[in-house]
Design a binder for this molecule. Structure first.
Ligand code: FAD
Ligand code: 2HG
Ligand code: ZN
Length: 475
């Protein structure tokens, strides 16, 4: 796939730059990476779709080191790509050309936790799952959860405004993040880590960095509100005959389970089949293949009460023919196995070949029509699978071919973006724009909004050194 040409405004890395970086970090051996073998995984994304050729990775240990690094890069006009766990799916986390990789992986300390307010403050490089394990001991949980939890960083989650599977219950990072520490390209440290729930002292600058994908500043620490860990958790995977029935089941689930509903996910039969082809340990949880599968989860505090509610919903839904078969996890192993099915589609797709990956917000009643139309357009030229976060109207539409196929790509784009735009949807529900969608912004944002995005970018990053070629095209 084509990439934009290298922009001549950026300086090329010289040996004196590397020497300088060695002189401004406490542990140059660990923090300055020039070995090609160590650089290789930092240069390539999770999907093996985007690849740069950076000669330098920096892994600072403190906010002051980040500030010194960025100040120097800004003065020298050296381009920088901030990197978290490198699990992003839109080509945002790796260099396009020779940008310096600024990895946050060594800034991974919990700074504080207040068990009264539930406010956690930690460095940006903390891995999401590690934070959840830390909170588990204290009776709390992270407000977000996603398949990449074992590798993605909280800083990367904030930088992409990641949604995930419990968005429906715990809401967006725009609400859960109470404060950020961010280093701007000129080395300024912006600190709002006060952990306040309420603070109406003018513009809420931290919101600009949530979802900015490393284009405005480097997030070095995060303060966020964490909910109490649920004492009772249930999960069921159910067979549903049509997407119409998926929607009806969603309406009923909200009525019947109300405040304890924590996830409502779906996938189609084609997704289930592709996953079983690619991942031998995955089995269909139901007795026979279903056109659609839904996963319903509850988070509550009283097991008997929650189970009664879930059973009530299941009886009603089965009686009405909305649900035709199902399985409810009886223990932690089954709970994990059911979630593993939902969380492994990305892995299965990437094993199957080249992925044309679309992450769309579409009104729920139209969500699956797009999958049907794309499947018709492509015939047997590609495998088309659809799954996603029904509760958030977020469709993950993936097409897979053994290798990149320009004809297939041409049949998908711009069709998918135009279709989404006509429905008033968004071409990026939760993964961001990265390199993949930076030229497609106009499908979802009016020209005036794009103009102000540019003004914001140029205000925070006048030399345009941060994550060039991504998010928004610049002159
Ligand atoms: P990276 O991939 O390293 O970076 C992502 C972007 O953020 C890049 O533009 C990078 O420059 C920037 N960035 C990273 N760290 C910083 C920082 N400290 N400061 C400034 N900029 C930074 N996403 C969802 O929203 N919901 C899901 O359910 C979901 N599931 C996924 C499942 C799998 C199996 C995979 C592989 C990915 C999934 N994702 C999902 C994609 C998601 O965007 C990432 O997993 C996650 O939020 C990115 O975090 P990361 O630390 O890996 O960031
Ligand atoms: C998910 O919800 C992730 O599983 C990944 O956001 C989506 O693979 C995808 O397209
Ligand atoms: Zn998702």
């Amino acid at each position: 796939m084509e990439k934009p040409p290298r922009d001549a405004r950026y300086a090329k890395l010289e040996e004196r730059d590397v020497q300088h970086f060695r002189s401004i970090v406490a542990d140059p051996q660990a923090s300055v990476v020039t070995d090609p073998d160590a650089l290789a995984p930092l240069n390539e994304d999770w999907l093996h779709k985007y690849r740069g050729y950076s000669k330098l990775g920096l892994q600072p240990r403190t906010v002051e080191e980040v500030a010194r690094i960025l100040k120097y890069c800004n003065e020298r006009k050296l381009a920088v790509v901030p990197q978290g766990g490198n699990t992003g799916l839109v080509g945002g986390s790796v260099p396009v050309h020779d940008e310096i990789i600024l990895s946050m992986s060594k800034m991974n300390k919990v700074l504080s936790f207040d068990p009264v307010s539930g406010v956690l403050t930690c460095e940006a490089g903390c891995v999401l799952q590690t934070l959840d394990e830390y909170l588990e001991e204290k009776g709390f949980t992270m407000p977000l959860d996603l398949g990449a939890k074992g590798s993605c960083h909280i800083g990367g989650n904030v930088a992409t405004n990641a949604g995930g599977v419990r968005f429906l219950r715990y809401g967006s990072l725009h609400g859960n993040v109470l404060g950020l520490q961010v280093v701007l390209p000129d080395g300024t440290i912006l600190d709002s880590l006060n952990g306040l729930r309420k603070d109406n002292t003018g513009y809420d600058l931290k919101q600009l960095f949530i979802g900015s994908e490393g284009s405005l500043g480097v997030i070095t620490a995060v303060s966020l509100l964490t909910p109490a860990r649920p004492k009772s958790v249930n999960v069921a995977v159910l067979s549903v005959p049509s997407f119409e029935a998926v929607q009806k089941a969603f309406v009923e689930v909200k009525q019947d389970l109300g405040e304890i509903l924590s996830a409502f996910e779906f996938w189609d039969r084609q997704s289930m089949e592709l996953e079983m082809q690619q991942l031998p340990h995955i089995r269909d949880p139901l007795s026979s293949p279903s056109p659609f599968y839904i996963l319903v989860e509850t988070h509550g505090s009283n097991e008997a009460h929650d189970t009664e509610k879930l059973n009530g919903f299941l009886e009603r839904a089965m009686g009405e023919g909305l649900v035709t078969d199902g399985t409810v996890a009886q223990d932690t192993t089954q709970f994990r196995a059911l979630w593993q099915i939902r969380e492994s589609f990305a892995e299965a797709g990437s094993k199957a070949g080249f992925n044309y990956k679309y992450d769309l917000s579409i009104p729920i009643n139209k969500m699956y029509d797009l999958a049907t139309e794309v499947r018709e357009r492509l015939g047997d030229k590609a495998q088309t699978i659809a799954y996603g976060h029904v509760g958030d109207s977020n469709l993950h539409l993936n097409m897979v071919t053994p290798k990149y196929d320009a004809e297939v790509h041409g049949l998908i784009e711009p069709f998918v973006y135009e279709w989404t735009s006509k429905q008033g949807g968004s071409i990026s529900a939760e993964h961001g724009l990265g390199l993949m969608k930076r030229d497609c912004l106009h499908y979802s944002k009016p020209e005036q909004a794009i103009r102000y995005m540019r003004v914001i970018k140029e205000t925070f990053d006048p030399q345009l050194i941060l994550n060039p070629y991504k998010v928004i095209p610049l002159q």
